[in-house]
Write a protein that binds this ligand. Sequence first.
Ligand code: ZN
Length: 247
Amino acid sequence: MSAAGVALIGVLGLVVGSVVWVIARARAADRAPLGGPVCANPECGAPLPPVAWLPLLGFGAARRCARCGAAQPRKRALFELATAAYFALAAASFGDDGLRLAATLVFTVPLLLVFLVDWWTRFIHTDVIGVGVVAGLGFALADGGGAFLSALLSALGAVAVFAFFFVLAALIYRNLRVVPFGLGDVYLAAMIGTMARYPAVINALFSGVLLAGLGGVLLLLTRRVGRRDPIPYGPYLCVGALLALLG
Ligand SMILES: [Zn+2]
């Protein structure tokens, strides 16, 4: 793909990152998903002008809430820039394979939604998983019958392995509320299975588990969480999947 094409896809990623952030905020707060951006201060919650849908805080035009003056979090711009970089990298890596590029870019939407909402709330919403599974199977089908079968089997295999982890964690912790591993993670593994397919699914889930371990240790060492606090697992699985999809 030409440099201009890569740059264009990067800008698309910037916008997708911004829209995903706004929708994830709405999901995390149990508002209508397309209800639009609101103030970051939960005690204010005033709606922001529609320009706040756009990346980089509405290109600087929606930095602060008009009612309470609270600033939009800086992390949001960081998230958008990371999404832009991911899109550009995907375009540069396999931009000439249109189907693969389209699939990878579409898959980022449910993966990033789960990433943000699970990080903020420790909940994985099954309707987002459902959309991701349909996208995974749909793109596999477009790739041929063999790819579709591989997507189905990868999802089933991922469910089998992660259901085993889930039962194991439940037995070890004996209290489902503090188990660092939930049913939502099992569903998420199935979604990643349909997207990454065999053999990339192994790389995807293994990197996710590895990142979760590293992240957990890091959070403990920096005392961001206590030893008994549950650490959301899903965000790491999403990052592992995003990395594997680029591979
Ligand atoms: Zn406000």
